[in-house]
Design a protein around this ligand. Structure first.
Ligand code: HEM
Length: 149
């Protein structure tokens, strides 16, 4: 299904897609870093309570809205005539990596709730490794959509 009325807005839709992507990725790179530092303070302490505020604001005010607008403008691009060839391998790899990024977003949100309830049992090392995953996915996605190998 395509919507021909979208064609004249294609450059604007793509610009807002990339703007949303930058906001989403900035939060996905920063939130697990906060979890690394949060692991190093005592539950119930003033520092821990401050990390809870920072994590809630980052997730609610930046990461969640940016993910929704990345998907919204991404789907509008898919619905724009002539933009996507569904037989193209690069598009399937991009879509798989984007779905993994969204699942990871959900995990970050679940981990925030564990910190919020002083229930976190994962180590700072766990979050350092988790911090690398959005970077690797982002590199795969950008190479797929621009180089189209
Ligand atoms: C969330 C779901 C997403 C959907 C449905 C989606 C879909 C699309 C589509 C259809 C295009 C247009 C391609 C064209 O103009 O030929 C596009 C462009 C682009 N997407 Fe996404 N995308 C999504 C997420 C992402 C993410 C997470 C990133 C980066 C981490 C990303 C990076 C880009 C870039 C850089 C472009 C511009 C490519 C160019 O100008 O050639 N997208 N996207």
């Amino acid at each position: 299904m395509v919507i021909s009325a979208l064609t004249p807005f294609y450059p604007w839709i793509k610009a807002f897609h990339v703007i949303s992507v930058i906001a989403w990725m900035s939060g996905m790179f920063y939130l697990p870093r906060l979890y690394v530092y949060h692991c190093e303070v005592r539950p119930g302490s003033a520092e821990s309570e401050r990390f809870k505020v920072m994590e809630r604001r980052l997730l609610r005010a930046i990461i969640n809205p940016a993910m929704i607008s990345t998907w919204t403008f991404g789907i509008l691009l898919v619905l724009t005539p002539g933009v996507i060839d569904w037989s193209a391998g690069w598009w399937h790899v991009k879509l798989a990596a984007v779905i993994l990024m969204s699942v990871l977003h959900g995990e970050f949100s679940r981990w925030r709730r564990d910190f919020l309830n002083d229930r976190n049992r994962r180590s700072a090392r766990f979050y350092r490794i988790a911090n690398e995953i959005p970077t690797v996915l982002m590199i795969v996605i950008v190479i797929m959509v621009i180089v189209r190998p």
